[in-house]
Write a protein that binds this ligand. Sequence first.
Ligand SMILES: Cc1cc2nc3c(=O)[nH]c(=O)nc-3n(C[C@H](O)[C@H](O)[C@H](O)COP(=O)(O)O)c2cc1C
Length: 289
Amino acid sequence: MEVKRISIREAKKRIKNDPELSKMLVRSGWREIALDLDGDGMADVSFSSTKVGRMIDTIAVDLSGNGEFNLYLHDYDGNGIPDTVFMVEDGSDAEALVAFGGEVELGFINLGVKVANLLVAEDFMNRELGLSLADLAAYLKTYAAVMLAGLEVRAEATGIDKVYYFLNDAGYYFLATVDGNKPKVRPFGTVLLRDGKLYIQTGKSKSVSKQIAENPFVEICCCLNGAWVRIAAELVEDDSVEVKEAMLERMPSLKGMYSADDDNMQMFYLKDATATFCSFATEPEVITF
Ligand SMILES: Cc1cc2nc3c(=O)[nH]c(=O)nc-3n(C[C@H](O)[C@H](O)[C@H](O)COP(=O)(O)O)c2cc1C
């Protein structure tokens, strides 16, 4: 994943050079920039840095709309991805830690990166797309809320759900099959969790499909944010149209290559799977499903 980071200094420069953004500026200091996205006079989002003029490491968003920031994302380790997320309960000083450390990064929560990118992404803000500032404000609020909900789910995920989120959030993984007495490995990206089964998808016309038909024992390896999982399993074909349709809905880009009745699309679920999560910092965790 490419992480674009900008410093407070750069962000200020960009904002000042952009007439629309500079209209939104309500506060600008050595360590903080606050923007009023919807024009109601109150700041909706703040970008700040713990060190003067350095990279933005904290993003605060007003999700409540009452003019007070209540969602905070902090990039503690400076990799551009927030690793601490907390909410401030409305009307009180209590902070609720929503997620911390590996769980946030595992959840692919890069709101900080996204928002920082918004500041530089001409095409998003841009008149070409006809996006108004109110649209941007709505987007940010929805995006943060969706992310927050996703975070909570991920932080609590165990068993097959944890495996699914890892593969899904990583975006792709490597699938190894056996071809005669030789290994074959290739990138895969399809993943679907349905009725308690973890599915992957391929096409019957591919060599990988022929290898699975000969020998259904496979391994998957996937890395995400310094952790990795290795899954050993037997693949079992599921020819049901519903499962194929669910896959196509889940990953619509497949629709350009496959359809549920094309006699090529093939779905497999993982049987007797052993998933081993590893990182250099933690003891391995084994999940079977
Ligand atoms: C990021 C990425 C994700 C991919 N995901 C899949 C997938 O989920 N299913 C699939 O059949 N092919 C997928 N492919 C294409 C396969 O890697 C490619 O067709 C490969 O050659 C299949 O292996 P084989 O040549 O042994 O049949 C993906 C390719 C990339 C780059």
